[in-house]
Design a protein around this ligand. Structure first.
Ligand code: PEP
Ligand code: CO
Length: 452
């Protein structure tokens, strides 16, 4: 017997009968249909068995036995796409995972905002650039960020380019994580030059040396380290916001083993703060796929809204199926989060509670650039851990926007980036990201909170 109460009438296009926020006004319906048909015939990016594996790992994070690290770009870019960029992003995520695993002694589930994170919800459909009013940039899956009228026209062929770029990205990620780069004996090599010469770089070297000693000790005890896959390979999963439902529908396939539907565009999909209406199209879509799914939860969410999401997205109460990513802002988290934690706990819903300390702490600096303060990011994390301690629930993970590049997009951190420096290396296609040093520093702060 299948324990899934979802109606069997669900189909990948069921979302079309609901109201779908944040969808582009595609100018040419026939062209969109043509692209959709083509995408639907192309190979899936991920395999249903992998998504089930991730659900089981996330189930441990729901139970307090693991911690989720979900990280990557706010928006992947068609123009900034290089092997080095992917490698450096993976490197910083692996370093953070080592800091968390070694520093706090919990298994870390590693999920990238990568290989599909190409679409952005916008607060306003238009933006003012100089003296023109332009349609907003909606991510490279939809239109271009250049400030011209022509660049902002949605083009469905971008869905195919996003698919192709995701294929190459995932191919490289699989090679790096299974082909030796992620071997624990490489842990020193991940420490980038500019990181090795800094405080947090030296702290990382201490951990790397500790790992070396532990490996030598195990080898000396006669343990066959060569045959131990977990020391040489890493499970690294992909995720993105399921925003453009035409794309997600086209990549949704029935698993030949279970006959269940899986969105094979990524291992995990989430709905954003602007598209999480329980009766809306995005939640309808996520309700029918069997991947692990997530929802952002902002300060406006009432306990009943969150319970409605739990019922819609995880009626069978499968641990690891649902991740709630809270993004309150540093000032609101400590008062706002506990009522939600209590409501969900009292209803017995298994949830991976994850802190996104980025999106509630964004503001526009004087030069007009969006930014975030490193200290606010850490403050929200502190409030998140305090709220979980108060209620007795498990702080199950963090969700951050970062890059391996040496950018100047978020303020503060060890280098103490100030507002005047934001323009120096600001390359994000959307929101400001932590750079490699800030990311590593953040991992040390989270490890301390986890130990506490
Ligand atoms: C994002 O994760 O980039 C995002 C837009 O977040 P939110 O939906 O929480 O605003
Ligand atoms: Co963002």
């Amino acid at each position: 017997m299948h324990d899934d109460p979802r109606p069997s009438t669900w189909a990948p296009d069921s979302w079309r009968s609901r109201s779908a926020a944040q969808q582009p006004a595609w100018p040419d319906e026939a062209e969109l249909k043509r692209v959709h048909t083509q995408l639907a015939s192309l190979p899936p990016l991920v395999f249903a068995g992998e998504a089930r594996h991730l659900t089981r790992s996330l189930g441990q994070a729901a139970d307090g036995r693991a911690f989720l690290l979900q990280a990557g770009d706010c928006a992947e870019s068609f123009s900034e796409f290089t092997a080095d960029g992917i490698r450096d992003k993976l490197k910083v995520i692996l370093q953070m995972a080592v800091v968390l695993t070694y520093g706090a002694g919990v298994p870390v589930v590693k999920v990238g905002r990568i290989a599909g994170q190409f679409a952005k919800p916008r607060s306003s459909p238009t933006e003012q650039v100089g003296d023109q009013v332009l349609d907003s940039f909606r991510g490279h899956m939809v239109n271009d960020d250049l400030p011209t009228r022509a660049a902002r026209v949605p083009d469905p062929n971008r869905l195919t380019t996003a698919y192709q770029q995701s294929v190459s990205t995932l191919n490289l990620l699989r090679a790096f994580t299974k082909g030796g780069f992620a071997d624990l004996s490489q842990v020193h090599a991940w420490n980038q030059e500019f990181v090795a010469s800094s405080t947090e770089g030296r702290r990382f070297e201490d951990i790397a040396e500790g790992i070396d000693r532990a490996l030598r000790f195990m080898a000396a005890c006669g343990i066959n380290l060569t045959g131990e896959d977990t020391l040489h390979e890493v499970d690294f999963w992909t995720s993105h916001e399921a925003l453009i439902l035409d794309y997600e529908e086209a990549l949704t396939r029935r698993d030949s083993i279970t006959q269940d539907w899986y969105d094979c565009s990524a291992h995990m999909l989430w709905v954003g703060e602007r598209t999480r209406q329980p009766d809306g199209a995005h939640v309808e879509f996520l309700a029918g796929i069997h991947n692990p799914v997530g929802s952002k939860v902002g300060p406006d969410a009432a306990p009943d809204d969150v319970l409605a999401l739990c019922e819609r997205l995880n009626p069978a109460r499968v641990p690891g199926r649902l991740t709630l990513i809270t993004r309150f802002g540093a000032d609101a988290v400590e008062a706002g989060l506990p009522p939600l934690l209590r409501a969900v706990r009292d209803e017995g819903h298994p949830v991976v509670w994850v802190c996104d300390p980025m999106h509630g702490n964004t503001f526009t600096a004087e030069g007009g650039r969006k930014t975030r303060r490193f200290d606010d990011i850490v403050a929200e994390l502190r409030g998140f851990f305090a709220a979980h301690r108060e209620v007795g629930t498990w702080p199950g993970g963090v969700h951050v926007e970062l890059t391996g590049d040496d950018v100047t997009e978020c303020l503060g951190g060890v280098e103490d980036i100030v507002e005047g420096q934001l323009g120096q290396r600001y390359t994000s296609a959307c929101d400001p990201r932590l750079n490699a040093r800030q990311s590593l520093d953040l991992a040390f702060a989270v490890a301390e909170l986890l130990r506490g």
